[in-house]
Design a protein around this ligand. Structure first.
Ligand code: CA
Length: 224
């Protein structure tokens, strides 16, 4: 799950980044509207947390350009307290939710979970693949209702593969979804996660195929 934070207050930006990383999101952070506009035009995210008062380009303009490009990425805007006008304007421009400053991090995390859930699975809380179910917001996977013991990274890999099941997912694509820019990705890290995931899923009839030179493909075996 990849989140972009757009916030010019360094202390708040840092707090948000840390708290979302702790919750296992891959987080990138930019500090002005121009940079945000550029990054959003060239990279894909599962959620954007957007401050409205920003240098260079304000949050409204970033949002307007984002929606004009046809992007449906969920946007949570951060507004000043008592700024009803800003909220209305932001929602009219296509923001999905707002949070008034100052806010508590647990509340932000709850809003983020709700938006990610809405964005990723079209309103339902779970991705399914045969007998396999992944609760996006709850961060857990089950097989026929029995919990699967997966690490956060393994769950992340599985989530990306399930979202694109039946299609080949490249290693770089997986790395992009799992890590922020400034997190180091070991060359073999993705292979290791896929390997571990495969070992846990194969006994229950779910297999991840390696497509040489291209990436991975989630396949359900026909006996399932
Ligand atoms: Ca600001």
């Amino acid at each position: 799950m990849r989140v972009l934070i757009v916030e010019d207050d360094p202390v708040l930006a840092d707090g948000l980044t840390r708290s979302l990383r702790q919750a296992d999101y891959a987080v990138d952070c930019v500090h002005d509207g121009g940079e945000a506009d550029h990054v959003l035009a060239t990279q894909s995210y599962d959620l954007v947390i957007l401050d409205l008062g920003l240098p260079k380009l304000d949050g409204f303009e970033v949002l307007r350009r984002l929606r004009r490009r046809g992007s449906k990425v969920p946007v949570l805007m951060l507004t000043a307290r008592d700024s009803l006008q800003d909220r209305v304007r932001g929602l009219d421009l296509g923001a999905d939710d707002y949070l008034a400053k100052p806010f508590d991090l647990p509340e932000l995390e709850a809003r983020v979970r709700a938006l990610v859930r809405r964005g990723q699975s079209g309103g339902s809380a779970a991705l399914t693949h045969g007998a396999l179910t992944l609760d996006v917001a709850g961060r857990r996977a089950t097989l026929n209702g029995d919990p699967l013991d997966l690490s956060a990274r393994e769950l992340g890999v599985l989530e990306v593969l399930m979202m694109r099941s039946g299609r080949v997912v490249g290693k770089e694509q997986l790395a992009e979804q799992l890590y922020g820019w400034d997190e180091e990705v070991g060359a073999n890290a993705i292979e290791v996660y896929v390997h571990r995931l495969r070992r846990k899923l194969e006994p229950v009839g779910v297999s991840i195929r390696t497509i040489r030179g291209l990436g991975y493909l989630l396949e359900k075996e026909s006996n399932g």
